[in-house]
Design a binder for this molecule. Structure first.
Ligand code: 13P
Length: 252
């Protein structure tokens, strides 16, 4: 059965002290988190090493990075390699968040390389896709999202693709308070699953977790997560509140 996931993308928020406090709050809430849900937090990169140590005794709470480069080592000032993430025993890394695609011009080829590099080190990529408002309005949004996935992921082997978590994040819903309706989200999630089934077979399609992101919060998570093909959420703003994030994780 595929994993149910609540992943917090903290983005470029919180200073070190605030981030550590939030981590402690989450640890203290352990008994209230659904043990059947994979709980992941993705704090800013400078905090990862200390967080990895602090979480040594709390393996139920998984740690992820927000980004990485695709080379293992070398003269790439400012970048972080999958090998370095692996040395911290990280299990997840976000790839291709729309904020990186838009602001840092990350294209499908670059994202494909990062995805492969992560998989080669046993790190599960959380691969983001999603359309801008003008694409949604122009009615080619389905083709647009499918192309994002096909271009970056469809050369993987089936057993590799099964390890990827796909996050559908319509850009018009990110940080806007405007959540996609359950029908809008389910429509894309089921299309993604059907598309994967066509090329990779039912086994991979049924194994892969497809999560939703974009103004997902405690108030709307239950309805979203009740959809057949929505396996959880990639949560931005609402993951910065420990109780709210915990409530979201219990929304399945
Ligand atoms: P918000 O939940 O703040 O809309 O952000 C979603 C997101 O981008 C998660 O990666």
């Amino acid at each position: 059965m595929r994993k149910k996931i609540a992943a917090g993308n903290w983005k470029m928020n919180l200073d070190y002290g605030q981030a550590k406090s939030l981590l402690q709050e989450l640890i203290q809430l352990k008994d209230q988190f659904n043990p059947e849900t994979e709980i992941i937090i993705c704090p800013s990169a400078p905090y990862l090493a200390v967080f990895a140590e602090l979480l040594n005794d709390h393996k139920w709470l998984k740690l992820g990075a927000q980004n990485c480069f695709h080379e293992n080592e070398g003269a790439f000032t400012g970048e972080i390699s999958p090998l370095q993430l692996k040395s911290l025993e990280l299990e997840y890394c976000i790839v291709g968040h729309s904020e990186r695609r838009d602001r840092f011009n990350e294209d499908y080829d670059f994202l494909s390389k990062k995805t492969r590099a992560l998989l080669a080190h046993g790190i599960n990529p959380i691969f983001c896709c999603g359309e801008q408002l003008q694409v949604r309005d122009s009615n080619v949004y389905k083709e647009f999202v499918m192309k994002q996935i096909e271009d970056s992921l469809f050369k993987l082997r089936p057993e590799e693709l099964a390890k990827v978590v796909i996050a559908y994040e319509p850009i018009w819903a990110i940080g806007t308070g405007k959540t996609a309706s359950c029908e809008q989200a389910q429509e894309i999630h089921s299309l993604i699953r059907a598309r994967i089934s066509k090329d990779f077979g039912d086994k991979v399609a049924n194994e892969i977790s497809i999560i939703y992101g974009g103004s997902c919060k405690a108030e709307n998570a239950k309805e979203l997560f009740a959809q057949k093909d929505i396996d959880g959420g990639l949560i931005g703003g609402a993951s910065l509140n420990a109780n709210g994030f915990c409530e979201i994780s219990n929304s399945f």
